[in-house]
Ligand binder design. Structure first.
Ligand SMILES: Cc1cc2nc3c(=O)[nH]c(=O)nc-3n(C[C@H](O)[C@H](O)[C@H](O)COP(=O)(O)OP(=O)(O)OC[C@H]3O[C@@H](n4cnc5c(N)ncnc54)[C@H](O)[C@@H]3O)c2cc1C
Ligand code: FES
Length: 364
């Protein structure tokens, strides 16, 4: 028995040493030379020394793609279509890429290394993403762990975003700068500012950096990114469901809707644990007074005893959606918040007849 365990440990040790030796050899001995990277049949192309990741090379050449986890291989956001030169699919990519994507050549840019000339296909939208410098103009504490951060754009001076999109803030990390995604909460018709709603994740690199920002500080971000597409059909009712910092894209969507279509039906369902987590309720109540087709429902999942006066719903927010949403209208839903909330709400909405393509969500 002991001999068996020893043999296993020795074999594992040998494999580990081989793997390390291969990595060192690749890093210092293998020279891939300069490789041509062509995007969208040459509409963008650049030469890049081989050996680094595709994500880093794209960033170096100012082609910005989503990378919500900052290149750790844990978000699946950095998908690109590699038509040629990507090499075999890696085990680190398989959890994020389904069978039809494999056929189409989809890869994770943070995992693929440049080792030969490459041919890529990217959505045209991404080629319009820019890097922005901005100044913090106003910070407001919304709850015990959520801040609203207003950024005034310096260069470029304007941003064009669709409601529900996000930017990637560059934050200094212990092992170098990292990018993290934050939804834009200011409405899409405001072009010279970007407002964020950021929850502090204890020990988190970017959320701590943002919570420590002071008015007047400069920040860098790239954007806009994201697949949310608000229908232009004003008869299509919109259902927004959020929790915590998931308010950000929802606030953007709602204000954009009422600037453009004052009579459009829209429901806001917002889930909080206790009244300590409630914010923007007064602002939305005022909006609802002006727009009778706007319905605001806040729910507390874990009300404290002293919260008996609470006039809103109690219980998980998907139960409020289930209870109150009976109107049969053509509609779209936008969900933002923790994964269990998104999953529970999606199930309810599907039972109420919404199709997959009408449900947009960001889990965070
Ligand atoms: C499309 C998109 C939009 C987003 N929009 C917003 C937004 O508007 N506002 C906002 O506050 N956040 C938003 N996020 C989440 C944000 O990008 C970061 O993931 C979050 O702020 C944590 O980053 P960090 O660098 O502070 O923590 P990290 O340094 O990445 O993580 C530190 C530790 O916290 C854990 N952790 C990471 N994220 C969370 C989390 N959300 N909850 C609990 N634990 C976590 C990690 O596993 C790790 O152990 C969004 C994410 C996505 C994908
Ligand atoms: S950047 Fe997150 S998986 Fe590639």
């Amino acid at each position: 028995m002991i001999i068996g365990v020893l043999a296993l440990a020795v074999t594992a040790g040998i494999f580990l040493l081989l793997a390390v030796a291969l990595l060192i050899a690749e890093r210092y001995l293998v020279n891939y030379g300069s490789c041509l990277v062509r995007i969208n049949e040459g509409s963008v192309e650049f030469e890049q020394d081989g050996g680094g990741t595709l994500l880093a090379a794209l960033y170096e050449h100012k082609v910005f793609i989503p990378s919500a986890c900052g290149g750790k291989g844990s978000c699946g956001y950095c998908k690109v279509v590699v038509l040629e030169g990507g090499g075999p699919l890696l085990p680190t990519e398989t959890p994020y890429i389904n069978r039809s994507e494999v056929k189409a050549g989809v890869r994770l840019a943070c995992q693929v290394k440049i080792k030969q000339p490459m041919e890529l296909k990217l959505p045209e939208d991404l080629l319009n993403v820019r890097e922005f410098k901005a100044r913090v103009s106003l910070i407001r504490e919304l709850t015990h762990d959520i801040k609203e951060v207003n950024l005034e754009l310096i260069e470029p001076e304007e941003i064009k975003q669709r409601p529900g999109q996000y930017v990637q803030i560059l934050a200094p990390g212990p092992d170098g700068p990292v990018f993290r995604a934050y939804s834009i909460s200011s409405p899409a018709y405001e072009h010279n500012k970007v407002q964020l709603v950021v929850r502090l994740v204890p020990g988190g690199i970017a959320s701590t950096y943002i919570h420590n920002l002071k008015e007047g500080d400069e920040v860098t971000f790239t954007g806009p990114f994201g697949e949310f597409r608000l229908s232009e059909d004003p008869s299509k009712a919109v259902i927004c469901v959020g929790g915590g910092a998931g308010m950000a894209p929802i606030s953007n969507i709602i204000h954009t809707i009422y600037q453009t279509w004052p009579d459009r039906p829209c429901w806001l369902f917002f889930g909080c644990r206790t009244t300590k987590d409630v914010f923007y309720l007064d602002k939305f109540k005022k909006l609802a007074e002006k727009h009778p087709n706007f319905k605001v429902i806040y729910g507390l999942s874990d009300p404290l005893e002293e919260e008996e006066q609470w006039e809103g719903d109690t219980g998980f927010i998907h139960l409020s959606v289930d209870k109150r949403l009976s109107v049969e209208l053509a509609r779209q839903a936008f969900l933002c918040g923790p994964p269990p909330m998104i999953e529970a709400v999606t199930e309810v909405l599907k039972e109420k007849g919404l199709r997959n393509e009408d449900i947009f969500y960001d889990k965070f």
